[in-house]
Write a protein that binds this ligand. Sequence first.
Ligand code: GCB
Length: 596
Amino acid sequence: MSSLYPIDSESREAKDLSGVWDFIIDPDDRGIDRGWHLSPLKGATAMPVPASYNDISTDPAVRDHVGDVWYQREFFVPASWGDSRLAVRFGSVTHHAEVWLNGRRVAEHRGGFLPFEADISDVAIIGASNRLTVRVNNILDWTTLPPGELTYKNDPANPSGKTRRQTYHFDFFNFAGIHRPVYLTRTPKYFIRDISVTTEINGRDGIVRYETDLHGNPDRITAVLHDAEGQVVAEATGPSGGLVVHGAKLWKPGNAYLYRLEVSASFTGGQPDVYRLPVGIRTVRIEGGKFLINDKPFYFRGFGKHEDADLRGRGLDHATNVRDFNLMKWIGANSFRTSHYPYSEEIMQMADREGIVVIDEAPAVGMNFFGGDQAGEKIFCEQRVNDKTLAHHLQVMRDLIERDRNHPSVVMWSVANEASTGEDAAVPYFTAVAEETRKCDPTRPISIVTFRPARSAKVEHLFDVIGVNRYKGWYENPGDLGSIQRDIEHDLRELHEVFGKPILVTEFGADTIAGFHQQPPAMFSEEYQSELISLTASVFDRLDFLIGEHVWNFADFATKQGPNRVLGNRKGVFTRQRQPKMAAHTLRLRWNNARK
Ligand code: GCB
């Protein structure tokens, strides 16, 4: 697998296979028995790629389907693409995928938020049409991230007498499908498989260290760093090395500067390969209880987000994404968390370019029963989150870091959101996750997002920054704005006393239906959200150990149906259509006059 994003260069081509594909639901997961991977799908309907399939159709059977669906399309491989390495690369398929080309199985992948590729060099027919078939499965169980549970409901209308039901312990809708671009790529036979970059600052100089991973026997490797105007600022040779940039321009929050690293490799018996990669020079560390970017204290202002929009669900949508960055800048936000799963590579590239800081989160959410029917039962045990889950979690951390380590915008890894960290068995689990994360990336701090009170949180001390989700005046003391300041101050001070680590408020907020007004403020009105945010944030200003505030959520988003959700979670400061609620103006005033 190459974690390098597909690009065009003098030696490479990437053909975007986005478009309208053939699609069919597999009601009883028998597509393979029926040979659907071997021939054109019969009775298929149209489905856009990338997009979630759930909200495209008008049929509830598509929206609520549990199990397999199939996608298919034909593509042409140009005759000039012989004697190359060919691959099909998926940005993400949610949650599990199996891929066939011309009836031959070429890839399988578990996990819905990270890329994978199929090497099709030996299977593709050059100069002809090829048929690509993808089986996509959306089932979550205790071995997947996020985890979920499959249950069966008696259903006389179903020939088997039962219907499958997917339950999960998080609120966002379990969107599924081919969510990110699919590229057909051509590289030389021997090629640059991977490049990793770290940066340091030494006085006025920047140091860019690079390491390459090559497929083939290289004759010569060169690394050339260009500034934003295209001028060469440093050069090196060899598979790894350091480039010194005199008088370096740093990548700063709100003021991003990107260099371009050009790596060229020539190979014995093969064509040369060239890859270009944006590079931001910056450092990140924690010292004296502060989060330092380029040795300056950084205070996180921003949001927990979702990849979520009308119709396309979690499918990549450039218009929504660019609008989101514009809104973040307008409101004075400097950062966001990829709650609750890794976001698209295209979003990470935007963050690099726009100077928005990112906390990069693993899809470990819903490892908790909260107060539901199973309250009191253990999550970390043989039948639930077990060794298999852990092995997958470790793999996801490795893959996430491999994908995102070169992004200057990424300053911290978040390993999980609101896990049941009061359980003894959570300790060895998260010890292993923390160790693996540090091993894969010793350059960035790590964090976990907790909802537990300090005294019953058993794993949080393993992390450098503790993210806390607090819903004072909402889930706690609902409707009581008067209790917020006292409650949040007491709670945050206790967390700091117990752990002695920097605290980041990763969630606080209130559901608000845009257009509902009420004075005195009442829950769900715009006044209530605005007041709740102001009151909570007024406390933050007097807490030195607090390194940031992220409001939940940037925008309203789709959830599973339930009595607590009015067509989704309405805690957005913006509507799902990305227009401001009253609280957006409140936050804009606060953040544009920020004291910290
Ligand atoms: C949380 C979760 C988030 C939910 C939010 C809420 O603590 O981390 O995923 O959407 O609460 O609004 O209930």
